[in-house]
Design a protein around this ligand. Structure first.
Ligand code: C2E
Ligand code: SIN
Ligand code: SIN
Ligand code: FE
Ligand code: FE
Length: 412
């Protein structure tokens, strides 16, 4: 972090006000966590940090930043680690969750033996990182609900030397965190609302739909991050577009709500006529975002409508946006779309969705092994898919696998 890391009261209050305002404009929980952690680290000079969110009686690892270990803004598999810690006094984060009091530790390797918790060295041992100072803070929202725990690691002085967290940080960061907890709750609610909508839409095994939707959202966000980083888009713009894309991509198949069960759940290949009916899910989905009052609505409309279009044409529904609002007598395939006429968001979601369909079991097919899935994407690059999107997908495949690991059927 820069050398403007040390906070005065005025600066702390200003940052709290400004960041809380910005956070209120973000919609997806990951973007909110990213922002809160970044600002807290900047205020305190922390080299690293992570956030755990409460799920039942556990703290689920949910976000991490580390200036020493992770150099780039782009795709990072470490974000999708999948583990939880019980809320108990044996761990530092568990202890803070239980006592609901912030805790500053000057050296994690020199803990007083009378303390109930111990420091878990396994992360340091795996990564070669040396955790020293720590500031661990409970995230408490309205009505004293515990949302999670934030842990800031290794405060650095102006020379880059690791030092204990300052008294100012210990005082002011928890104040900031109380506002942050409210924003996090809203982010979680937004994502859960979308999951519930999609479970209704697909009416399949809810755990299968939920996991598919989470994966397609995360794959799309990561592909977009790399696509935009290649073009040196400013980090702030990337984050905003990513935030919308994450949620909009989760909604890509919401139009399946209008498809009858006997087609949607058919455990066999569809007839040509059934497949033609199925194609309407793109138009049904787009119609749900008719008002387009926000960027999110607009992107959700583009993705719902265009996620089955193909780079060289011959995809569906191939109608113009204005025909979406016409009645059911419009002709599919009347207006071919191809190449960059297909919105980027939909070109990205197409690759994410087809990979996930190939790699997952469906009522009509077994999952394919990774090599076969990648071979299909690569052989269809330039015909079905935007070739650059496929290239990026292959480039970040370690991140894709980490995402799949985090959201497998039945989990998460
Ligand atoms: P979905 O299951 O989410 O599949 C999304 C897309 O992944 C498909 O779009 C297709 O492009 C690709 N995909 C899925 N399985 C395979 C596969 O085995 N091989 C290849 N090469 N690509 C595959 P598509 O075909 O337009 O289908 C849209 C939706 O229609 C599917 O969503 C699914 O809900 C339904 N569907 C398609 N074919 C069948 C079928 O034979 N039986 C049933 N029950 N549903 C089907
Ligand atoms: C079908 O025609 O039944 C499905 C074709 C496909 O999976 O692309
Ligand atoms: C962009 O952010 O560059 C465009 C996003 C889109 O076309 O959906
Ligand atoms: Fe679809
Ligand atoms: Fe899908």
């Amino acid at each position: 972090m820069g050398d403007d890391s040390f906070i005065s009261r005025d600066k702390a209050v200003l940052t709290i006000l400004k960041t809380s305002e910005e956070v209120n404009h973000l919609k997806d929980v990951d973007t909110i966590l990213d922002k809160i952690l970044f600002e807290s680290r900047k205020l305190s000079g922390a080299d690293a940090g992570s956030i755990f969110l409460v799920e039942d009686d556990r703290l689920i690892f949910s976000y991490v930043q580390n200036d020493t270990l992770f150099k780039k803004e782009t795709a990072n598999a470490a974000l999708y680690q999948n583990f939880g810690i019980p809320i108990s006094e044996q761990s530092i984060v568990g202890y803070v969750a239980k006592t609901r009091q912030s805790l500053a530790i000057d050296d994690a390797y020199e803990l007083d033996a009378t303390l109930p918790f111990s420091f878990n060295k396994s992360f340091d041992e795996k990564s070669g990182y040396r955790t020293t100072s720590m500031l661990t803070i409970p995230l408490i929202a309205q009505e004293s609900r515990l949302v999670g725990v934030m842990q800031l690691i290794n405060a650095k002085d102006a020379q880059g030397k690791v030092v204990p967290f300052s008294q100012e940080s210990v005082t002011y960061i928890p104040l900031f965190c109380n506002n942050a907890a409210v924003a996090i709750e809203r982010g979680i609610m937004n994502r859960e609302l979308i999951l519930r909508m999609m479970q209704m839409a697909e009416l399949r095994d809810p755990s299968e739909t939920g996991a598919h939707v989470q994966r397609v959202g995360a794959y799309s966000a990561e592909i977009y991050g790399s696509w935009a980083a290649r073009r040196n888009h400013p980090a702030k713009d990337i984050k905003r577009a990513r935030d919308n894309l994450r949620l909009a991509a989760m909604l890509h198949d919401v139009g399946k709500v209008g498809i009858s069960d006997n087609i949607l759940k058919k455990p066999a290949k569809l007839s040509d006529e059934e497949y033609d009916t199925m194609k309407w899910h793109t138009i049904f989905g787009a119609r749900l975002f008719k008002n387009q009052t926000s960027e999110l609505d607009h992107m959700a409309m583009e993705i719902a409508l265009c996620h089955h279009e193909k780079w060289k044409g011959r995809g569906y529904p191939s109608i113009r946006d204005q025909d979406v609002w016409a009645g059911d007598d419009i002709a599919l395939g009347g207006m071919p779309r191809n190449g960059e006429e297909i919105p980027l968001s939909a070109r990205i979601c197409a690759v994410a969705d087809v990979f996930d369909a190939l790699a997952s079991p469906r009522s009509y097919k077994e999952p394919f092994p990774d090599e076969k899935c990648l071979a299909i994407l690569e052989s269809d690059a330039g015909t079905h898919f935007d070739p650059e999107v496929v290239e990026i997908f292959v480039e970040i495949f370690d991140v894709i696998k980490a995402i799949r690991n985090k959201w497998t059927e039945g989990a998460g």
